[in-house]
Ligand binder design. Structure first.
Ligand SMILES: *Cc1c(COP(=O)(O)O)cnc(C)c1O
Length: 401
């Protein structure tokens, strides 16, 4: 398919493949506007730009996500309020969200952690009551479902990533912005294709009629006869190339197969883990399907299972452990802005002593999955047999609950 595209002599940018990918993506999700961009990070940058944030505005965000979810906010003179997560799902806690709202709150940025959808009915009801824009970071949630609908179609703006590690990929890098609002979609289209992000309107009086006009401005076909109102920002070039878009369309057709394989791997892990009383699985609200971008479980230090020791034992057995994510408010860039331990006690407690992610990718073979499941089983048995360590003695830090 790719060779055909390259040999066709057609343009490799801005063509049919992109249109087709965006149309099928929008249909899959049930949103009227889907605009592809070069990465999930760029999707989030553009989504945040659409907020037209002003000095003193506030944005609420989850700290339990990849840094790109909130990183663009470092470029704006706004206050970020990190919202704590639910201990069961690691998703934004709607109650804490509501308590953080002030008259300056403009938006909330949430992530469907690991592919498990947030409690969106609760979040959107609160947001609507307060006139707050909801940005869904759906980098993990393509293939997930929430009460019959899909993430990216549950709020105002959806942002997707097609990085090679994500649920589908567009040849390594790519992203998508999904919207219901046509005017915002038009802004995204201008921004991504190097046009000024401006409020355009017809010039009432052609420039040529003005006394200061030069004779060469008289030509009626020239762009000068059209006004261009308030320019907000310059544009950028963030369009997805044809080969990437073509791969995206084909990947989307395989969605059920890819998510099905992730679910199969997850079932194998869950079978092993449910034997251990000190272990609990990530659990969300009613009526959701987890696309299992990540497989997440929690260990209870009171049961003698120490997370750090468990992870290093698994690592020693050759299991590639990648824990996600270090709470964002504790990263140096956010600490430099006054954020600190104690701000999101649940997210902190989960990260520092309870949460574990196991590799979960449709490319894994049955043999790899079985070996990994046995390693987890063996290590957990060792942990439980070992001398229980009193809960809370591992780390004592201010603000922890
Ligand atoms: C991967 C990811 C991103 C960024 O996507 P890229 O395509 O890698 O730029 C943003 N948010 C979350 C939660 C992610 O996992």
């Amino acid at each position: 398919m790719l060779a055909q595209l390259v040999n066709s002599g057609d343009n490799l940018s801005g063509g049919r493949c992109r249109e087709e990918f965006e149309r099928s993506f929008g249909e899959y999700l049930g949103v009227p506007h889907a605009l592809s961009v070069t990465s999930g990070t760029v999707a989030l940058e553009i989504a945040i730009r659409l907020l037209d944030l002003r000095a003193g505005d506030e944005v609420i965000a989850t700290p339990q996500t990849y840094k790109a979810s909130v990183q663009p906010l470092l470029n704006y003179p706004v206050k970020v309020r990190f919202c704590d997560v639910e201990p069961g799902s690691l998703n934004l806690d709607p109650q804490h969200f509501e308590s953080l709202i002030t008259s300056r709150t403009r938006a909330v940025i949430l992530v469907h952690y690991g592919g498990l959808p947030c409690d969106m009915d609760a979040v959107t009801a609160i947001a609507r009551r307060h006139g707050i824009t909801v940005i869904e970071d759906c980098a993990h949630a393509l293939g997930s479902e929430y009460r019959g609908r899909k993430p990216g179609a549950l709020a105002d703006i959806g942002c997707f990533s097609f990085h090679s590690s994500k649920n589908i990929t567009t040849l390594g890098e790519g992203g998508m912005i999904t919207l219901f609002d046509g005017a915002l979609a038009e802004r995204v289209d201008r921004i991504r294709s190097n046009e000024a992000d401006a409020v355009y309107h017809e010039q009432v009086r052609p420039i040529a009629e003005r006394t200061s006009a030069h004779p060469w401005m008289m030509h009626p076909g020239l762009a000068f006869t059209h006004g261009c109102g308030t320019i907000r920002y310059g544009g950028t070039n963030a369009t997805l190339a044809e080969p990437n878009a073509a791969v995206g369309t084909v990947q989307l057709l395989r969605m059920d197969e890819l998510v099905g394989r992730r679910a199969e791997i997850a079932r194998t892990y869950t079978e092993v883990l449910t034997q251990f009383p000190g272990v609990r699985m990530q659990r969300g609200t009613e009526g959701v399907r987890n696309a299992h971008h990540l497989y997440t479980f929690f260990v209870d230090p009171a049961s003698g299972i120490m997370r750090d020791r468990l992870v290093s034992r698994l690592d020693a057995l050759g299991v590639q452990m990648q824990l996600r994510y270090f709470p964002l408010h504790l990263l140096s860039e956010w600490r430099a802005m006054g954020h600190d331990l104690g701000e999101c006690p649940v997210a902190e407690r989960m990260w520092f002593e309870q949460q574990v992610n196991l590799p979960c990718h449709p490319g894994m073979t049955d043999r790899q999955v079985d070996r990994l499941a046995s390693a987890v089983d063996a290590v957990l048995r060792e942990e439980v047999r070992g001398t229980p360590i009193e809960a809370g003695t591992a780390r004592k830090t201010k603000g922890w609950t």
